[in-house]
Design a protein around this ligand. Structure first.
Ligand SMILES: NC(=O)c1ccc[n+]([C@@H]2O[C@H](COP(=O)([O-])OP(=O)(O)OC[C@H]3O[C@@H](n4cnc5c(N)ncnc54)[C@H](OP(=O)(O)O)[C@@H]3O)[C@@H](O)[C@H]2O)c1
Length: 346
């Protein structure tokens, strides 16, 4: 089979698209023919070799995907060949992946493979952060930094779904306008506006209750100063490249808390709860209450170009890679849709 292989750490372009041994399922494992795989910022760090958790190379990265089951190892009762599934496990930048059955969730009717591959990491992170760590309540104000990115946009949507007022930040007007159209109540361009002043104005001085922060860096000070009493700062990541030092006096003054969120660690410790989160999120997607936004699909072979575009801050929401099987299937769906459309006399 073909895969996007990391043979040595470096820039996205150091990945090579080549033949890779096809896996065979052992006891308790399931072999999935992938249609689509998602991309996330941490993938860039993994390829570069700078991620907190190292990986032995050569290897195939890609933490999420969607496809159909082609074989099951002994002891697997809950899946069978032909099942449509989403995968939350490493190795998805390939035509096939072999994973423990616990890393799979059956895909709900009506969810296409591209959307399915786009939500596991981002939505699971934002869902866990906002519900299980930040305890976001209806009527509260949520501030989302890096709101145009994968986890940021998921947090905007989940915040709105939970009944919060959502203020989104970023550094590009065009991307922020898209974020506003996708659900944010207000947006702030941190390149052109002072964050603290803008938040003071938008909240009439009351401050924000919960902050979802995948960016870190210089704006942490203004963020803490804009927290409401009993505010919660969710530390998600550091796309700014800077790990900020938190002035603890600002937490004391507001009786606020800073909360670390680590979806990988939490999933390893609580696999059943993480899987349940995916089931719950999927139910909201199937009902149209949450809508993963996929800005563009790329061929699996062009994964490096997609990662480069994420690194260049061009993406809004998510990019998804398609295998040959995924492309065939997507073409067939399109043809069937257009046939049905013509059949209705359009
Ligand atoms: N804690 C967890 O469990 C967990 C799980 C998943 C991801 N993460 C982390 O969350 C962060 C975001 O991941 P993602 O997949 O959403 O990334 P992404 O899609 O690339 O989005 C990154 C966002 O950060 C903003 N940004 C600000 N400064 C930046 C800079 N110097 N370089 C790049 N982007 C910058 C960008 O918005 P503007 O261009 O508008 O500023 C963009 O919206 C990463 O640090 C990732 O490691 C953490």
């Amino acid at each position: 089979m073909k895969a996007l292989v990391c043979k040595h750490h470096g820039e996205p372009e150091s990945l090579s698209f080549e033949d890779w041994p096809a896996p065979t399922p052992r006891d308790g494992e399931v072999l999935v023919a992938l249609h689509a795989a998602g991309l996330n910022y941490p993938d860039i760090l993994q390829v570069a070799g700078t991620y907190q958790i190292g990986s032995a190379i050569p290897c195939v990265f890609g933490a999420e995907g969607a496809g159909e089951v082609i074989a099951c190892g002994a002891g697997v009762e809950q899946f069978r060949p032909g099942d449509r599934v989403l995968v939350l496990a490493m190795g998805c930048w390939a035509e096939q992946v072999c994973v423990p059955a616990a890393a799979l969730v059956k895909l709900a009717e009506g969810i296409d493979m591209v959307s399915a591959a786009a939500f596991p990491v981002a939505y699971n992170t934002a869902w866990h952060a906002l519900l299980q760590r930040g305890d976001l309540r209806a009527g509260e104000t949520l501030l989302v930094h890096g709101a145009s990115g994968g986890v940021g946009l998921a947090a905007v949507q989940i915040g709105k779904y939970l009944g919060a007022r959502v203020i989104a930040t970023g550094s590009c007007d065009d991307k922020l306008e898209r974020v506003r159209r996708l659900g944010a109540d207000q947006v702030i361009n941190c390149r052109t506006r002072a964050l603290r002043e803008a938040l003071h104005e938008l909240t009439d001085g009351a401050g924000v209750d919960v902050v979802f922060d995948p960016v870190g860096g210089a704006q942490v000070d203004a963020t803490l100063k804009s927290l409401a009493p009993f505010g919660r700062l969710l530390v998600i990541g550091f796309t700014s490249g800077q790990i900020a030092q938190l002035p603890s006096n600002l937490l004391l003054l507001r009786e606020a808390v800073a909360i670390g969120v680590n979806i990988g660690q939490w999933t390893r410790r609580n696999p059943a709860a993480s899987r349940q989160n995916l089931v719950d999120i999927q139910a909201r997607i199937a009902a149209g209450q949450l809508v993963p936004f996929v800005a563009r699909t790329f061929d699996l072979a062009d994964g490096a170009a997609a990662l480069r575009s994420i690194l260049n801050r061009e993406v809004v929401g998510k990019y998804v890679l398609l295998t040959e099987l995924g492309k065939l299937h997507a073409d067939r769906c399109l043809r069937e849709k257009s046939f049905a459309h013509r059949g209705r006399g359009a």
